[in-house]
Design a binder for this molecule. Structure first.
Ligand SMILES: Cc1cc2nc3c(=O)[nH]c(=O)nc-3n(C[C@H](O)[C@H](O)[C@H](O)COP(=O)(O)O)c2cc1C
Length: 231
């Protein structure tokens, strides 16, 4: 009989703050109302935003759960004007193709309500762009060039959860965001010189909304449409 394999990291006591029922209700309600106010913003001000706010939001994102704790994400934070200009040019090239033949008519029809087209001025106007990358697999390269690949489990789900936390943290810090996907986004890997195991996942302009920013009148599904309760 072989001996059981001991856990690698060991365990420690959970730090858990038990709230009173009143406090739970109050915080749950407050967070709901805060998140209800989040909107996708497509018109940004060029007003600077302290980097420290982005750093904290990304640290928050990086607390996310992930398959086997593999944390298959990385975040590029771009404030450099030339890089933002290069990203805009490359994104607009792809979006021009998307809006002139690559998107099916049904998609274009769906997009009409948002008033979007291939022009993406916000990529230069917003003070920061966060590019979220998904690591499809882990990659360790030895000085000799020998590569070791590590299979990642549930990378897509994990990065989606981290991005949700990121958007919530940025909103909580009083910042506006746009979840942008100028696909195909391979240009982001090239411009930002990311390793081959990383794929661009989302491009998120961050800043303050322009004074005249408007948002489309859309609705969210009702409780009964999204929830099914089994008590
Ligand atoms: C995965 C994903 C991709 C998106 N891609 C774009 C995009 O490329 N351009 C854009 O203007 N909005 C994009 N959006 C924003 C959605 O249109 C927006 O979230 C939706 O209309 C709901 O509006 P709200 O965020 O204000 O609630 C994207 C959102 C998600 C979640």
């Amino acid at each position: 009989m072989t001996a059981p394999i001991p856990p690698i990291h060991g365990f420690s006591a959970l730090a858990f703050t038990r709230l009173t029922p009143d406090e739970q209700q109050r915080r749950a309600q407050e967070f709901f109302e805060l998140m209800q106010q989040r909107r996708t913003v497509r018109e940004f001000s060029d007003e600077p935003v302290p980097f420290a706010l982005l750093e904290l939001a990304i640290k928050t994102a990086a607390t996310a759960p992930s398959g086997a704790n593999q944390q298959p994400w990385s975040f590029a934070i771009v404030g450099n004007a030339e890089m933002k200009c290069a990203i805009r040019e490359a994104a607009e090239k792809e979006e021009y193709e998307n809006y002139h033949g690559r998107f099916p008519d049904s998609w274009l029809k769906e997009l009409e309500q948002f008033g979007t087209d291939w022009h993406k001025p916000f990529l230069e106007i917003a003070p920061w762009l966060i590019v979220v990358f998904k690591q499809d697999y882990g990659l360790i390269v030895e000085p000799s060039g020998k590569e070791h690949k590590l299979k990642h489990y549930y990378a897509n789900e994990s990065v989606g959860i981290a991005t949700g936390l990121l958007l919530a943290a940025l909103h909580n810090a009083g910042l506006a965001t746009l979840t942008h996907t100028p696909n195909p986004m391979g240009f982001l890997s090239k411009l930002l010189q990311r390793p081959k195991n990383e794929k661009p996942y989302l491009l998120i302009p961050v800043g303050y909304p322009a004074a005249e920013a408007r948002v489309p009148n859309i609705t969210k599904k009702q409780w009964v449409e999204v929830a099914q309760v089994f008590e």
